[in-house]
Write a protein that binds this ligand. Structure first.
Ligand code: DQA
Length: 146
């Protein structure tokens, strides 16, 4: 069975209580359950969250080595982390799939969120659909990296 790595960056461990007007009332456990239900028998969902840039980079290195497709919500790293961009580029430039997702639509928010240093090397970007951004990314992986 194919594993899909679902990586979440800083402060997303606080989903449920963090700015519920922006991110909703559901937490990481609910996201995991949703994705596992959507994945059915087809995929194993390996969902992780970290506030640590180095740990996220190491997870991406692991995805390169194991050729595992990645759904990445880089959270605030999106807007400034060239180190994360370089690690994400290792995935796509080695022929792998990496889909950048956001729960909110960063383009409809503060100006600093309008820049993503990740999008330019991502396979694709999905934003603004709440937890369904991840579900849509899973669907896309089924289409392009079954
Ligand atoms: C986010 C958007 C980012 O701007 C923000 O820093 C996050 C979450 C989203 O999922 O909407 O932490 O990536």
């Amino acid at each position: 069975m194919t594993t899909v790595l679902v990586l979440n960056g800083p402060n997303l461990g606080r989903l449920g209580s963090r700015e519920p007007d922006v991110y909703g009332h559901q937490d990481m456990a609910a996201l995991r359950a949703l994705l596992q239900a959507e994945a059915g028998e087809g995929y194993t969902i390996d969902l992780r969250q970290t506030d640590d840039e180095a740990e996220m980079i190491h997870w991406l290195h692991g995805a390169v080595d194991s050729a595992t497709p990645v759904i990445l919500n880089p959270a605030a790293f999106t807007h400034y982390s060239y180190a994360l961009r370089d690690a994400a580029a290792l995935v796509t430039k080695s022929g792998g799939t990496l889909i950048e997702v956001h729960i909110s639509n960063p383009h409809a928010r503060e100006e600093f969120r309008h820049t993503s240093v990740i999008s330019g090397i991502a396979t694709g970007v999905i934003a603004g659909f709440g937890f369904d951004s991840y579900v849509l990314a899973l669907w896309a992986i089924g289409r392009i990296a079954p």
